[in-house]
Design a protein around this ligand. Sequence first.
Ligand code: GRF
Length: 215
Amino acid sequence: MSSAQKHRLGILLSGRGSNFIAIADNVAAGRIPAEIAVVVCNRPGAPGLEEAQRRGLDARMIPSKGLEREQYDRQVVEVLRSKQVDLVCLAGFMRLLSPYFVSQFPNRILNIHPSLLPAFPGLEAQRQALEYGVKITGCSVHFVDENLDAGPVIIQSSVPVLDDDNVETLSARILEQEHRIYSEAINLVLAGGWRLEGHRFLRTQDATLNAAAGR
Ligand code: GRF
């Protein structure tokens, strides 16, 4: 993926949308060399969708309730294709993607998860970390494959677990880091200068220099 062209992001969300907002703010400020081509939401009434509409983005409600996984994914992929999306960002999208979806955007789908993967995949990762008793947790941005929270990790950020933390306080500190590293990961992937070696995401060139040189 070269940074010479204007990249087109597709954001998928199900709820609050704070990661979407952080990305959208960075796009608007020119800190991500891309535009948000479309926002897709699968849950009626999600605040993230309303915010996307308020910002004048192409924001689509595609309800998933009652649909088989691939049947739903085909509808979403069609929209992403029609909008010429080249990077899909899951931002609190509460659905596993089908192998069909993943095959349509190989190494072009990112997700953010509130733990240091592979620890605590799945729901309520912050609660899992607290209950396990780890002293350090955090968040991860990773490529999406057919498995839950399992693709190659692009960036992680660590967050200490404090003795007096509860799920809310810990989640809030992790969320601050999520908002920072998601945009960083998008920029890394868009800038190129990386490769996958097995499950490892490795930088082959200085992506910052790469972006500055317009490559
Ligand atoms: C975040 O904690 C993210 O890591 C997880 O779902 C939550 C979404 O929050 N995948 P928001 O909708 O972006 O505010």
